[in-house]
Design a protein around this ligand. Sequence first.
Ligand code: ADP
Ligand code: TMP
Length: 250
Amino acid sequence: MQKLDKLYEGKAKKLYATDDPDVLWVEYMNQATAGNGAKKAQIEGKGELNNQITSVIFDLLKARGIDSHFVKRISDTEQLVRKMDMYPLEIIMRNTAAGSFAKRYGVEEGTALNKPILEFCVKSDELGDPFINDDGIVALGIASEEELDEISRQARAVNDALKDIFSKIDVQLVDFKIEEGKTGDGRILLADEITPDTCRLWDLKDGSGQIEHLDKDLFRRDLGNIIPAYEEIYGRLVKLAETEGVERAE
Ligand code: ADP
Ligand code: TMP
């Protein structure tokens, strides 16, 4: 596979074309951002860890019947993915109150929710990723009713599978963000990344009752170095994949 022109540089990844029109070459960068880019830092080792973490998660999901854009990991910081036409949506699932949800409704972080909550935001840095509901998505033509049903079904299935994965490595899956896209032949699929940048992950091993963050809140809230936390998540996921005999695409 040949790496061709750079198509896009975002806050965390660069996308390149390849000699296969259906495949993109993704490079994970060391840049960390928070507050839509208001806070920025270079963190040595982050690109490599996120590339490895999202790869093993996509493999663990595949073993649970959930397909994604992931083709294979090709180096420490790079992977190949299926090229998708992305829905400009941040698809958020919440299992426990935290972050903007806790703030919006005045609920204490860590409060259990009676059911998982599926939320959508329009992916737009200029607008600050505003919240949108199902009717808004269809009314603005972001997705059709049928597409939105499929996106929502997949988001709930991803949540069920991720809850299973993280519970097996003693981590509480508090919430996460995914993105979905459409392949050239019209198939809706999970895309982008699933990493501690895009999930809230609390350690259940500690047992102190204090929240032990293993995710980007360490950076967002100036609570400490993310690298040991990301290494811990990666180490536990790899062990799980080995125990389960999951086929690795690399
Ligand atoms: P951002 O754009 O939010 O700064 P990134 O730096 O992570 O985020 O950039 C990755 C970009 O690639 C995102 O805009 C995302 O929507 C897009 N993307 C993710 N997966 C695919 C895919 N399979 N095909 C095309 N675009 C993708
Ligand atoms: P929030 O509580 O700030 O709305 O975030 C909910 C989850 O979504 C959390 O796990 C972080 C993730 N997320 C992203 O990955 N990217 C984003 O731009 C936002 C707003 C949230």
